[in-house]
Design a protein around this ligand. Structure first.
Ligand SMILES: *[C@@H]1O[C@H](CO)[C@@H](O)[C@H](O)[C@H]1NC(C)=O
Ligand SMILES: *[C@@H]1O[C@H](CO)[C@@H](O)[C@H](O)[C@H]1NC(C)=O
Ligand SMILES: *[C@@H]1O[C@H](CO)[C@@H](O)[C@H](O)[C@H]1NC(C)=O
Ligand SMILES: *[C@@H]1O[C@H](CO)[C@@H](O)[C@H](O)[C@H]1NC(C)=O
Ligand SMILES: *[C@@H]1O[C@H](CO)[C@@H](O)[C@H](O)[C@H]1NC(C)=O
Ligand SMILES: *[C@@H]1O[C@H](CO)[C@@H](O)[C@H](O)[C@H]1NC(C)=O
Ligand SMILES: *[C@@H]1O[C@H](CO)[C@@H](O)[C@H](O)[C@H]1NC(C)=O
Length: 396
């Protein structure tokens, strides 16, 4: 009987474990296991893989096939690379494929799922986008590269000396790919040929000069996200630390039309701290809130992760927003990110936990989140992970 109880308890713990994958510029992709016990959540390191080149910068999980796509920025090699790893419930990641790419990929998104399934990459330092076929087994094959150039630097010359594609985004109808370009103050827009997955250039969105568009998220007050739903695009700018909301319309002749609704700074109107650099923006699973991240703002002093050390540490922040049906964002909360440089963060399926990859803090933290108010609450768990953390994604 006692043995059976121990077995059942072990099964219950196993059943409650969730894997998270973490990429680090140390050259590793680490699997963390999040468990909930009587005394709260616990994060442990269960496995680590070197199968993503020297500078893993972004992760994209294909849940249907269990294949993790890991993008390597190639900071110390002539090329970047796209890599695939087969996931498993025990957390072990088995490398499947590696392909060199144009240098500097920092984000990727799946599109045209089905016979011609593909992934599009945004290359920051390579001033390019590239497209690749994918298979259920994690095989990857080249479709095309598209490179960009500029005649003269943008207003923030030190950062806008060339085009810098920073994220790859798919629209809610799955027909358009968007790439915020931090260097050129554009969001490049593409449709694609569904029979080949090759890209077709469309009219770009022109962002404010010197704003440095980095990431974005689509949002509709209509949870169905039908083709005729009212649609907005929240674009976050790293250089101006602002979020601009656009009303989006699908043009009959193809392409997207954008109408500016609102621009607000990422601190909800409060003075932007010197050195701040906005980074990520996502919507919550219930569609009710938007969360963005601020790096290098050191808005908070929080408890030292070492409980024996009474010296507080500086923390950057996350901003919580409530979108209204007219496309404006209301500022709800500035919350501690848990340390330095929340470059990317992600939210679990239920929406009550937010995991943050702290690039300079070399750690992953998980925050509790109130589903009703949308506010971030107490720290749920924290674990140190070597190197600069670039991305953390949930497998659930
Ligand atoms: C690797 O980088 C070199 C130098 O920039 C470039 O010429 C080459 O096309 C890249 N290879 C791939 C596979 O993109
Ligand atoms: C584009 O990608 C292909 C395949 O990866 C590569 O061979 C080629 O060199 C790339 N072109 C440029 C301009 O980098
Ligand atoms: C939107 O499209 C759906 C079908 O896709 C239709 O049922 C609905 O009436 C349309 N709504 C509007 C406002 O056009
Ligand atoms: C962070 O902000 C400070 C000013 O508070 C600035 O001196 C520093 O260069 C910034 N660091 C980075 C990496 O941007
Ligand atoms: C305590 O934490 C501070 C801030 O992180 C650090 O500078 C200091 O070295 C730590 N002290 C000890 C004894 O670990
Ligand atoms: C948009 O909606 C919000 C919330 O209902 C409201 O406070 C705001 O005044 C509206 N703004 C405009 C421009 O209509
Ligand atoms: C995770 O644990 C493995 C083996 O115990 C170790 O080799 C690796 O460095 C650890 N990785 C991280 C990110 O802590």
């Amino acid at each position: 009987m006692a043995v059976l109880e121990v077995l059942l308890a072990a099964l219950a713990v196993t059943g409650a474990a969730t894997n998270l994958y973490v990429s680090s510029y140390a050259g590793s992709v680490t699997t963390l296991s999040l468990t909930k016990g009587n005394s709260g959540y616990d994060l442990t390191n269960t496995s680590s893989s070197q199968g993503c080149g020297s500078s893993p910068s972004w992760l994209e999980l294909d849940k249907a096939t269990g294949i993790l796509y890991c993008i390597d920025e190639g900071l110390s090699t002539p090329n970047g690379s796209i890599n695939t790893l087969k996931t498993s419930t025990n957390g072990v990641l088995t490398p499947v494929e590696h392909h060199d790419t144009i240098t500097g990929p920092v984000s990727g998104i799946f599109y045209n799922s089905g016979k011609e399934s593909a992934i599009a990459l945004a290359h920051y330092s390579g001033s390019a986008i590239s497209a690749w076929h994918t298979t259920a087994e994690g095989k990857v094959s080249y479709i095309e590269n598209i490179t960009f150039s500029m005649n003269r630097p943008g207003p923030v010359a030190a950062r806008q000396e060339a085009p810098h594609e920073h994220e790859a985004i798919l629209d809610p109808t799955g027909r358009y790919l968007l790439f915020p370009d931090l260097g050129a103050d554009l969001v490049r827009v593409y449709s694609f040929d569904a029979s080949t997955s090759s890209l077709v250039e469309r009219e770009p969105l022109k962002a404010d000069p010197g704003s440095g568009p980095r990431h974005a998220v689509f949002w509709s007050p209509d949870k169905s996200y039908a083709r005729n739903s009212t649609l907005y695009f929240f674009l976050i700018h790293e250089l101006s630390n602002t979020i601009t909301s656009y009303r989006v319309r699908y043009e009959e002749a193809g392409g997207l039309a954008f109408e500016k609704v609102q621009t607000i700074n990422t601190f909800g109107g409060k003075t932007v701290p010197t050195g701040a650099a906005a980074a990520e923006i996502i919507k919550t699973p219930d569609n009710g809130f938007i969360i963005s991240s601020n790096r290098n703002d050191t808005s908070f002093l929080i408890d030292n992760p070492d409980p024996k050390n009474s010296t507080k540490i500086a923390s950057d922040s996350l901003s919580v927003w409530q979108p209204a049906a007219n496309g404006t964002l209301s500022f709800i909360q500035l919350a501690p990110a848990g340390g330095s440089y929340p470059r990317q963060f992600s939210i679990n399926k239920v929406g009550d936990l937010v995991s943050v990859g702290l690039q300079m803090g070399s750690a992953v933290v998980v925050w509790n989140r109130d589903l009703k108010t949308g506010k971030l609450g107490d720290l749920a768990a924290r674990i140190g992970v070597p190197g600069q953390i670039t991305c953390v994604v949930w497998d659930e």
